[in-house]
Ligand binder design. Structure first.
Ligand code: ASP
Ligand code: MG
Length: 416
């Protein structure tokens, strides 16, 4: 008898019919003798609907009130599923985050979980109930409702699984696992049966949207056995079949002799590049340029600096396109007042494509093969960054799909 956490996302909870299917699936697991904790998202589109109501009233709403509002979507979901489970003859109890309690800090709209008290949940499980918990939310030390950031119910599920030492955390979603790359770009993209935690972390941070990155970090930190699988297939398929479907996030590198060099191709379309040209090459120049950007809470991704001639240097970096204007405004002010740059150049039409794979550790020549492939397609590389298990390049956004397809082919990713 295992303790299993299920998580269902917005699409899986998107209609009354789908909620009934979720109830059937959960009931199947429960009847097989497992102890079930179910974590839910709001019904598809609900969080956006709530946010759009707020926007009609205020452009800069108070984040504490915002969390009061956006947390309601999940509350509806848990109530509905508990009722659907009861209709299936299963004893179920729903809980909001604060009732569990899922204790967070007070960073409204992006709170972090500090502690989960599982006493109440355990009492219910011991009484044979299915426990249904609202994802995406918690409670701060003052008793205020908090939310964990968009997509945060993945993190709720993994954190609950970690706190309760669950045997497995199953993330049910609208795709049937993690793909080598986005099937909308490479039609026949292959689904991975397994991916290492490190690769998943890179994929999530590099633009694959299957799991919220914080949930992957949490799975890694507490070694939660996590699987991504589809909620849209027949809820009554045999349990043993379902148990090995989807993609398992593993902690050991594949024992297979021939570990694939590349496991995935991730990409992020909405990047922007900013280059600060001909600044004095002095000790704190990087800080002078990037300090004000950090202070404005803008995330910087790739950075490169080259020493130029005669004591001058260029520094280029990328930010999310949504932050581009803000970053440019900050720099054009600072470049005259403090940094003494000759020019600040901006290009908001760039995208990033990355190869990810633990196999890179033991293979040389991955980068040069990547660069060669792109050059054959006539694609210019504007920036490069690497880690032990990934290589990212920044290119013109018009070429992103072409680059992904060419790399998929060149690295033989159709093969299993
Ligand atoms: N409902 C929240 C959102 O739309 C949390 C989630 O779905 O994970 O971002
Ligand atoms: Mg999600």
């Amino acid at each position: 008898m295992a303790l299993i956490v299920h998580k269902y996302g917005g699409t899986s909870m998107g209609s009354v019919e789908r909620i009934r299917n979720v109830a059937k699936r959960v009931a199947k697991w429960h009847k097989a003798g497992h102890r079930l904790v179910v974590v839910l998202s709001a019904m598809a589109g609900e969080t956006n609907r709530l946010l759009s109501l707020v926007q009609k009233i205020s452009e800069q709403p108070n984040p504490r009130e915002l969390d009061m509002i956006t947390s309601t979507g999940e509350q509806v979901s848990v109530g509905l599923l508990s009722i659907a489970l009861q209709e299936e003859g299963i004893d179920a109890a729903s809980y909001a985050g604060w009732q569990v309690a899922i204790k967070t800090d007070s960073a409204f709209t992006k709170a972090r979980i500090n502690e989960i008290n599982d006493k109440r949940v355990l009492t219910d499980l011991n009484a044979g109930k299915v426990v249904v918990i609202a994802g995406f939310q918690g409670v701060d030390p003052d008793g205020y409702i908090t939310t964990l950031g968009r997509g945060g119910s993945d993190t709720s599920a993994v954190a609950i699984a970690a706190a309760m030492r669950a045997d497995e955390c199953l993330i049910y979603t609208d795709v049937d696992g993690v793909y080598v790359t986005d099937p909308r770009v490479v039609e026949k993209a292959r689904r991975l049966d397994q991916i290492t935690f490190e690769e998943m972390l890179e994929m999530a941070s590099l633009g694959s949207k299957v799991l919220q990155i914080r949930s992957v970090e949490c799975a890694g930190k507490y070694r939660v056995k996590t699987r991504v699988l589809s909620s849209l297939i027949d809820p009554m398929i045999p349990l043993d079949e379902e148990m090995c479907s989807g993609t398992l996030i593993t902690f050991e590198e594949n024992e297979k002799m021939e570990q694939a060099v590349i496991s995935g191709i991730a990409f992020q379309r909405d990047e922007a590049r900013i280059a600060v040209i001909n600044v004095p090459d002095k000790i704190d120049i990087a800080y002078q340029i990037l300090g004000p950007i950090a202070e404005a809470n803008i995330d910087v991704d790739m950075i490169n600096q080259n020493s130029g001639i005669e004591g001058k240097t260029d520094l280029a970096f990328t930010v999310n396109r949504g932050d581009y204007k803000h970053a440019m405004n900050i720099l054009s002010y600072h470049s005259k007042e403090y940094i003494n740059a000759q020019r600040v150049l901006g290009n908001p039409q760039v995208s990033k494509v990355s190869l990810v794979g633990v196999g890179m550790r033991s293979h040389v020549g991955v980068a040069s093969k990547m660069f060669h492939t792109l050059s054959e397609e006539g694609i210019n590389i504007q920036m490069i960054s690497t880690s032990e298990i990934k290589i990212s390049v920044l290119i013109d956004e018009r070429f992103i799909e072409c680059a992904v397809r060419a790399l998929y082919k060149e690295f033989d990713l159709e093969k299993t």
